[in-house]
Design a protein around this ligand. Structure first.
Ligand code: SF4
Length: 415
């Protein structure tokens, strides 16, 4: 069996664990933010009638990759529209995408709805309550979301590890190895499961995440106000200790310890507690270029209408609507880009489109998580009527107002 991690990276004193739980929960009771999903949590449990959609499930899925301030409005509209698992199971993907429009990472909404369908059709409408089952049975529910639902909605004493928790725990125990490595992640999960309060697991987990979101923040943590500073090794080290010139017992023999910073990047006193956590450098996003055309015609009441087409049901922005677009090879001449777009439109409209007729409008840049996307935007006004080929993807003409109410991405709204 591998050797246990050195003591400085563990919580092995039960009295300290008790004290940390007490201090953190007392702070949470005093200082927690008033968020709509917190008000609903108690109502999730033990209601008669159709099974309610667990508030924390929806909020946690929305909060992956998205700020709290943005999520609140989406969350509120979602819960008003689909308060129960049955209601969500009956929704169409189109409705889900329309409500999700602008929140990004659209597969999250799709999977939430698929999971609700699965609970209703395969699990007799009964929501799994334990983290292991949630993760195993529900699409889109990973280890973190499963732990959050099980502890917050159903009271299971199980820990959670998200970005905020990673930062807090790495600082509490001076973990400076790459925080995305499996060894560190496994260790943090073990630690979260040791620390979680047995009688208030949901509140404890929310408190730890809240601490990371409001006090132990990435750049300038407010250590002076921190309720657990006396348990924090990074804070103690910043206050009392300089990095020793040679590795000592305190540093577990830098170089060998799988949880310490690598010997090549030791403690930097100018960074203080923000020495932790550390992450391997991210891969730069992939550059992509897409030509897109805003096709405009006069509608029956004289108001302009625009053509939007639906994307395939899998892959990036699955099922969303966009202006007719075609991916471009890198480094094409402008003239060639225009021709490619004209050919693409020709296939849609079944009639010749002159590349020269396309008016260049400008470029729009949008960053997806892993793609640096440039849309080269053209417009084309149509006089006569156009018959679209029904064999191609679904398409429709919309007014500007209808466009904004449709399931379109933020990138297309920019276009
Ligand atoms: Fe984070 Fe500072 Fe609190 Fe440590 S003392 S947990 S670094 S805010």
């Amino acid at each position: 069996a591998p050797a246990p991690p050195p003591a400085r990276h563990l919580f092995s004193d039960p009295a300290e664990v008790e004290a940390l739980r007490r201090n953190l929960l007392a702070w949470y009771d005093r200082c927690k933010r008033d968020l709509p999903w917190r008000a609903l949590v108690r109502g999730d449990i033990g209601k008669q009638g159709p099974a309610l959609l667990p508030a924390v499930w929806v909020s946690e899925i929305m909060l992956q990759q998205t700020q709290v301030a943005t999520v609140i409005d989406y969350y509120t509209r979602w819960m008003q529209k689909w308060p129960t698992l049955q209601a969500l199971a009956q929704a169409s993907l189109e409705e889900v995408n329309e409500l999700w429009a602008g929140l990004g990472y659209y597969s999250r909404g799709k999977r939430l709805q698929e999971a609700a369908r699965k609970v209703v059709s395969e699990l007799a409408g009964r929501m799994p309550r334990r983290a292991e089952e949630l993760q195993k049975l529900l699409p889109g529910v990973g280890r973190y979301t499963a732990g959050a639902i099980a502890s917050i909605s159903y009271g299971q004493a199980t820990g959670v590890v998200d970005g905020n928790v990673i930062r807090v725990l790495c600082r509490l125990r001076c973990i400076g190895a790459d925080s995305s490595s499996p060894a560190v992640i496994d260790h943090l999960w073990d630690m979260a499961n040791v620390l979680v309060d047995r009688s208030r697991p949901g509140d404890f987990n929310q408190a730890l995440m809240e601490l990371g979101a409001t006090v132990c923040v990435p750049k300038s943590p407010l250590c002076g106000e921190c309720p657990v500073k006396q348990h924090c090794q990074a804070w103690r080290r910043n206050l009392f200790g300089k990095a020793p010139p040679v590795p000592d017992v305190e540093d577990c023999g830098v170089g060998d310890c799988p949880l310490c910073p690598p010997a090549t990047e030791p403690w930097d006193s100018s960074l203080g507690v923000t020495n932790f956590p550390r992450k391997a450098a991210k891969k730069p996003p992939r550059a992509m270029r897409t030509a897109t055309c805003v096709l405009e015609r006069r509608g029956c009441h004289g108001a302009p209408e625009y053509l939007i087409v639906q994307r395939p049901s899998s892959g990036l922005l699955a099922g969303l609507w966009e202006f007719p677009s075609v991916p471009l090879a890198q480094d094409l001449q402008e003239e060639k880009e225009r021709e490619e777009l004209a050919d693409h439109l020709q296939a849609w409209m079944g009639q010749p489109v002159a590349a020269k007729g396309l008016q260049f409008i400008g470029e729009v840049i949008h960053i997806f998580s892993h793609i640096h996307q440039t849309y080269v935007v053209y417009s084309l006004h149509l006089d006569g009527d156009v018959t679209l080929d029904p064999a191609l993807s679904p398409s429709r003409w919309v007014t500007e107002h209808e466009f904004h109410a449709s399931a379109v991405s933020t990138a297309m709204k920019k276009v």
